[in-house]
Each structure stands twice: as C-alpha cells, then as structure tokens.
Design a protein around this ligand. Structure first.
Ligand code: AMP
Length: 125
C-alpha cells in the first residue's frame, strides 16, 4: 500500500530498522549522511537504494526540512555510489517515489538506482 507522504515520520519503518542495524541489508556504501544497499526485490540487473541517515519521510520532507549539509552529503553519496558501481558510462535511472500517486511504499526517503540494461520508457505505456 502506498504511503501518505504528509504523515509524520514513523520510526519503526523498515529502513529505520536497517539504519539501526535491527535487520540485515546488503550494504554497498555508507558514510556520515547516507546508506546504500541492494534492493531486496531487484527490478533491474543493478537496483540499489540510497537513503539519508536522517529521519525524513520523503523527498518532499527532506527538501523542506533537511539542513544544507545533509542535502549536499546525501546527493554527493548518490553520485558516488553510481560512479563506484560503474553506472555512469552505460547510464542509469534515478527515481524517488513520493506518496500515493508515486507508489511510495516505505516511509523513509529512498532513491532507486536502476542500471545494467536499457531501461525502456520512463513510465509504463
Ligand atoms: P518504493 O515503492 O519506492 O517505496 O520502494 C520500496 C523499495 O524497497 C522496493 O523496491 C522494495 O523491494 C524495497 N525493500 C523493501 N524492504 C526491503 C529490505 N528489507 N531491504 C531492501 N530493500 C527493501
């Protein structure tokens, strides 16, 4: 069920539990601002999620409330992960689902990195 992106942060969501080390993940990269790990149900040969360490429901919440250093740190981490995975030359897709119409299921901001094959049209046709 997609979430309501205007809801308050829910501290027991699955990505909060991953950040606290309460459930395992396949970590790709971690720094002060971000954690990147493999999606449990990959939709492409490479499917990596990058999440900020701070408690933000969505891209909307993050862009409105996060301090500049957290925004810069997170965005740089996303770029770093894509470069380190060798995704820049072949190309990749970066996606953040927000709320009901975006189909966001987990109420902690995450961006998807998809790569490894031509990814087709941006939206289903
Ligand atoms: P979204 O629909 O944008 O909220 O995407 C949520 C993503 O989280 C989906 O692609 C799921 O496969 C992924 N996911 C859910 N639980 C886990 C988990 N424990 N570890 C890794 N990925 C997960």
């Amino acid at each position: 069920m997609p979430i309501d992106a205007t809801q308050p942060y829910e501290p027991n969501n699955i990505f909060a539990k991953i950040l606290r080390g309460e459930i395992p993940n396949k970590t790709v990269y971690e720094d002060e601002f971000a954690l990147a790990f493999h999606d449990i149900n990959p939709q492409a040969p490479h499917h990596i999620l990058v999440i900020p360490k701070g408690a933000y429901v969505s891209w909307d919440d993050f862009s409105a409330r996060a301090p500049d250093a957290e925004i810069a740190g997170f965005i740089r981490a996303v770029g770093h992960v894509a470069r380190e995975a060798g995704l820049v030359a072949p190309g990749y897709r970066l996606l953040a689902n927000v709320g009901q119409h975006g189909g966001q299921e987990v109420p902690h901001l995450h961006v998807h990195l998809f790569a490894g094959q031509p990814l087709g049209p941006m939206l289903a046709r």
